[in-house]
Each structure stands twice: as structure tokens, then as C-alpha cells.
Design a protein around this ligand. Structure first.
Ligand SMILES: [Zn+2]
Length: 109
């Protein structure tokens, strides 16, 4: 690589694995908390995340964004897997970097 170029993207590094299916977390990722779940084998955490993704999109269409909502048990599980603990009453700030990229940030009270 030429010396005058700075890489802005590289392959994601494995940081954690899904406690149910063993899929790797993708880091860094613009959407934040993202795992490569083994969808063909089935993963209830992926199912819950997919359901939340659709629900967030519906809320965004009604409320606009960013908006806050309670943290889900699945998010709590995946955050803990990644070594992040959030307060019991922590909320999730949902924003969209583009129409297809939802970014979640967890806020402490
Ligand atoms: Zn999984």
C-alpha cells in the first residue's frame, strides 16, 4: 500500500461470539452491535433482533428519529457477550445513518 493512503475500511475483527449460535460479532461496524448469526441453523437471538429491527423501523416511520425506547433482553444478552453491561433502566437511542443502517446507542439514566 502506498505510504500516502490511510485505510478507511478493513475486514472486521472477531470480538465476541453469539452465545446461542456461535456467530461472530462484526467489529467495527457502522450499525454498532452486529453479529453474523448462523441463520440457517436457527438462532432465537437473531430472530429477536430481526423482529426488533422491523419494530424500530415502524416506530421511526411514526415518530421520526432518533428516538429512545427500552433496552430489550436480547440486546442486554448480546451487549453482555461483547463485554458491555448497561444499567437496568438504560434506554436505547435508535438512529438511522441511512435508510438501511440502524445505529443503536445505549444511554444511562
Ligand atoms: Zn446467534
Amino acid at each position: 500500500m502506498p505510504d500516502n493512503l490511510t485505510p478507511v475500511f478493513s475486514d472486521p475483527l472477531a470480538a465476541a461470539v453469539c452465545p446461542e449460535c456461535g456467530g461472530e460479532q462484526l467489529v467495527p461496524h457502522p450499525a454498532g452491535l452486529v453479529f453474523r448469526h448462523h441463520t440457517l441453523g436457527g438462532c432465537s437471538l437473531q430472530d429477536a433482533e430481526d423482529t426488533r429491527l422491523v419494530a424500530d423501523r415502524s416506530l421511526a416511520d411514526v415518530r421520526g428519529w432518533p428516538f429512545e425506547r427500552p433496552t430489550t433482553p436480547t440486546e442486554r444478552t448480546l451487549l453482555a457477550t461483547a463485554g458491555i453491561t448497561v444499567d437496568e433502566d438504560a434506554t436505547c437511542l435508535v438512529d438511522y445513518l441511512s435508510p438501511g443502517i440502524r445505529r443503536r446507542t445505549w444511554l444511562a439514566a
